[in-house]
Design a protein around this ligand. Structure first.
Ligand SMILES: [Ca+2]
Ligand SMILES: [Ca+2]
Ligand SMILES: [Ca+2]
Ligand SMILES: [Ca+2]
Length: 159
């Protein structure tokens, strides 16, 4: 037990050291060659809305585990709801929701049938879509699930 712990610590230490060496040598190269400088200082990733549309995984995967969990999806959906609801009341009417919930989808999401979709209804609908998009029920959407037809429909409901 103790030996294993020590080995693990050693392995982690080595990995850390290797990372430092790689960083140091990269820095040295950058200093000696103009070309390397240009390559070594990429633009910081800035997230414009169109990029979020292009790669939802990158945009919404807050914990950077390569999958989208329900919590990440719901928080992005809540932001989208606010964006769709500029009048600041508590719900989307059919016109406000049209970009993401056309016709039949709007009526399906309006579970209390009062003619508007409030945030709770919106998030419940998003959760339903999440479950449909997640047939393996592992709590998250991987890249393949995201690329499915259901996944793409779900991404439209996020910001
Ligand atoms: Ca994630
Ligand atoms: Ca509204
Ligand atoms: Ca409603
Ligand atoms: Ca899954």
């Amino acid at each position: 037990m103790r030996v294993r712990t020590m080995l693990l610590a050693a392995a982690l230490g080595m990995a850390g050291a290797a990372g430092t060496v790689a960083q140091t040598s990269g820095f040295a190269m950058a200093q000696t060659s103009g070309f390397a400088v240009a390559q070594g200082t990429p633009d910081l990733p800035t997230r414009r809305p169109e990029e979020a549309q292009a790669d939802p995984m990158q945009a919404f995967d807050v914990n950077k585990n390569g999958k989208l969990e329900l919590a990440e999806i719901k928080s992005a959906a809540a932001a989208r709801f606010d964006e769709l609801n500029p009048d600041g009341d508590d719900a989307l009417d059919e016109r406000e929701a049209a970009p993401v919930l056309p016709g039949e989808a709007f009526r399906a999401a309006d579970t209390d049938k009062n003619g508007t979709v409030n945030k709770a209804e919106y998030l419940a609908y998003v959760e339903q879509m999440f479950n449909v998009t997640n047939p393996d029920r592992d709590g998250s959407l991987d890249r393949a699930e995201l690329d499915s037809k259901n996944g793409q429909a779900l991404m439209k409901m996020l910001r």
